[in-house]
Ligand binder design. Structure first.
Ligand code: 4AD
Ligand code: MG
Length: 468
């Protein structure tokens, strides 16, 4: 049996394979001078050069098209070309699947620049492009190192339900799920599948809290769903969130953890994905028609300094002052008590030139579960704001005092009957605890430098878009 290798394995070890007989499989990226085939199998951004032997030339030359999938058995030799150290002298080639040249013309496999909109419309071929495969490999490594981070720090991975009866965040619309015919006029949900109205979850936090108050440290990593009609470059209707929840933990500890966690992920991508980052950097430079692209500097900068920490009240004061002083006009004038808009968030991040952590937000704009401060007006919330993408993390210390939590539930018109199981956590040895949610896709967007969040997720779900 001839051993099968991925292109990454072959190119990583390079000269070690010289004179060895190997088997590789992949898709043809280009075919030049009727003898040079460049092959890619998705394992790396690099291609393997295959030399078509004289013997095979006549037999298969005409059948070779861009996009065709092939198996090659051959001998690895040193390459005289500058671009690669090794190449494969073919002995046998099997074509698995070819591509009709007439459909190739219209596809994104055609070797020229295609718009991201066009890429999004070709579900499976998108994975064959250099740009999207780079993003997917980085996305994978990020997910992998997130599990590593929590595992090494004593957290347990918790699977929270996707089907739920409660709206954790209280704001925004949820997707309802039902097996009933909604055309009927009066719907009796006690006859529905779960005997009550159910939705797709917007967050696993409430369930994570119940687990943390027994296991100590847990985290979730799963899809969440929000039916807001926000057609922006930072919003998805289905996105992936990571939510650690920690017992015996105060807001400052929570903020420290979040900052350390973000830096760990970025450091890891810089360690493990350099060739993909370098490709992205070159791509962005051409795409944005810039002399120099700063993707790597931007990531290094996040690691270099401590994030700026300011209270919401301070942030509002600064924004109002700067508005007066510098003649900036925000589209949404700043007043204490308002939710910061992305123009305000970006102003703060640009001012300090590092990520900004805003904490102690007014209670009126935050969810019911956040701990009330002694001033009675603000809660122990924190948002981490990044350049370009804005809020990447939202978190808080939770209200652990039963009576106060109950009052907040009433004040925010939350249905307490649906939350008896959650309230119970505050009746059996309640403890100070905290957690946060990281928008995974937003962080992938930041790291890869993409303008649109739809370009960093395999199958984006957005308003009017769920075809594949
Ligand atoms: O700030 P959010 O709504 O926080 C929560 O859901 C809390 N339960 C988290 C917790 O304390 N355990 O969402 C968390 C993060 C945001 O900071 C943002 O990065 C991301 O999720 N996010 C979205 N990402 C993509 N598309 C959307 N529609 C998003 N909405 C929020
Ligand atoms: Mg938020």
């Amino acid at each position: 049996m001839i051993k099968k290798y991925s292109i990454k394995e072959l190119l990583d070890k390079g000269k070690f394979f010289i004179n060895k007989k190997v088997l590789v499989e992949g898709w043809i990226r280009s075919f030049r001078y009727s003898i040079f085939i460049t092959l890619n199998d998705g394992s790396t951004i690099r291609n393997l050069q295959i030399i078509l032997s004289k013997k095979l030339e006549k037999e298969i030359q005409k059948k070779i098209t861009i996009g065709s999938s092939i198996q090659v058995i051959g001998i690895i030799t040193e390459s005289i070309g500058k671009k690669q150290s090794i190449e494969l002298q073919s002995l046998e080639i099997t074509i698995y699947g070819s591509v009709d040249p007439s459909i190739l013309q219209k596809s994104i496999l055609q070797p020229k620049r295609h718009s991201f909109e066009k890429l999004r419309k070709q579900a499976h071929l998108r994975f064959r492009t250099n740009i999207f495969s780079c993003i997917m490999r980085i996305r994978h490594h990020m997910a992998f190192c997130i599990h590593q981070y929590f595992h090494e720090n004593g957290f347990f991975y918790l699977h929270t339900p996707i089907i739920t009866t409660s709206n954790c965040e209280g704001s925004g619309k949820m997707f309802q799920i039902t097996t009933m015919d909604l055309k009927e006029n009066s719907i009796d949900y006690t006859k529905d599948f779960f005997k009550c109205k159910t939705y797709l979850s917007v967050s696993g936090q409430l369930e994570a809290e119940t687990a943390a108050l027994g296991l100590g440290k847990v985290y979730t990593f799963g899809p969440v769903f929000r039916a807001e009609n926000s057609n922006t470059s930072r919003h998805l209707s289905e996105f992936w969130m990571i939510e650690p929840e920690i017992a015996f933990f105060h807001l400052e500890e929570n903020i420290n953890l979040a900052e350390d966690f973000l830096k760990f992920i970025i450091r890891n991508v810089l360690d493990k994905n350099m060739e993909d980052l370098l490709f992205l950097n070159e791509f962005l430079k051409k795409w944005r028609k810039k002399e120099k692209e700063h993707l790597l500097d931007k990531l290094e900068l996040i690691l270099k300094f401590s994030f700026k920490r300011i209270s919401y009240t301070e942030a509002v004061k600064i924004l109002i002052q700067e508005e007066k002083k510098q003649n900036i006009k925000f589209f949404h004038p700043v007043v204490w008590g308002m939710d910061l808009q992305s123009e305000h968030e970006q102003y703060l991040v640009n001012k300090y030139k590092i990520p900004v952590i805003v904490f102690d937000y007014p209670s009126c704009i935050k969810a019911f579960y956040m701990r009330i401060n002694n001033d009675g007006k603000t809660v122990r919330a924190m948002d981490i704001l990044f350049p370009e993408i804005g809020e990447v993390i939202g978190g808080s210390q939770r209200e652990e005092r039963y009576e106060i939590l109950l009052q907040r539930i009433k004040d925010t018109n939350t249905d307490k009957n649906k939350l008896w199981w959650y309230l119970d956590t505050r009746r059996f040895g309640s403890v100070p605890h905290s957690g946060f949610g990281l928008g995974f896709d937003r962080l992938v967007q930041f790291i890869t430098g993409m303008n649109n969040i739809r370009d960093v997720i395999p199958f984006p779900r957005t308003p009017n878009n769920a075809e594949f």
